[in-house]
Design a binder for this molecule. Structure first.
Ligand SMILES: [Zn+2]
Length: 239
């Protein structure tokens, strides 16, 4: 690494590049995680020196530090409801951390491309914009909230899932309906974004709303207890 990559930069300043070797990219990723917590190179160096035992580097100490640094995803349990389609669960888990390759994430990794939201065509594409504040996205969330008869709701999927986990009747089928809708909406927003970028195919808000409703209803009606099946049919207004 010193001979090939660190002739002009130190490990604390070298930027992340896609053409770097996998080992260097992994090292830079770990470096960024340490710097993010330590806030400065001096503090990070001090931290590294603290991961020693009898003068030798201690993997156990470093491992313990990284385990503590990992954020607790308070909303994650809400995504384990049986009404959520597995592919929607996976995508939503990645989207909400956020780990998807949104344009701002790609720019941070050194991939320089024009950053413009493909859905509203007027703002930068960031995680918050794509899944919460985009005018296109907000119309879909509004349609979902109307369907669920929820008023004055935020359009932040993380806050929504967190809210689901705090409800007293979190095991009620209607709570699962909301969780399933949040995951399906996040999935369709990402799918629509990719469809527009990579295939040039556009769908309207109404078409996406219909697709979300069909997916959610199909899943729920296959899994809802028979005692509340008729109630679910009427409440979902699915035909
Ligand atoms: Zn937008």
């Amino acid at each position: 690494m010193k001979a090939n990559y660190l002739t002009h930069d130190s490990i604390w300043s070298i930027p992340f590049k896609d053409y770097h070797s996998e080992s260097l990219k992994s090292t830079i990723t770990v470096r960024d995680a340490i710097l993010c917590q330590a806030q400065s190179v001096g503090a990070a160096t001090h931290l590294l020196h603290s991961w020693t035992l009898n003068g030798k580097f201690s993997i156990a100490k470093a491992y313990h530090w990284f385990r503590q640094a990992k954020p607790i995803l308070v909303w994650a349990p809400a995504l384990h409801h049986q009404f959520i389609i597995p592919s929607h669960r996976v995508l939503t888990t990645l989207a909400l951390q956020p780990k998807l390759a949104t344009l701002d994430n790609l720019t941070r990794k050194g991939i320089y491309i024009v950053n413009r939201c493909i859905l509203c065509k007027s703002s930068l594409e960031t995680y918050d914009h794509l899944f919460s504040t985009c005018s296109f996205t907000q119309k879909i969330w509004h349609g979902i909230h109307t369907w669920l008869a929820l008023t004055d709701r935020s359009v932040n999927p993380v806050a929504e899932l967190h809210w689901c986990t705090t409800r007293k009747r979190s095991r009620h089928w209607k709570n699962g309906w909301l969780k399933s809708s949040i995951a399906a909406t996040s999935y369709q927003i990402w799918h629509e974004r990719n469809s527009r970028i990579f295939q040039g195919l556009e769908h309207t808000e109404a078409q996406l709303l219909h697709l979300i409703r069909v997916n959610v209803c199909t899943r729920i009606l296959h899994r809802v207890p028979s005692a509340v099946y008729e109630q679910a049919i009427q409440r979902l207004n699915f035909s």
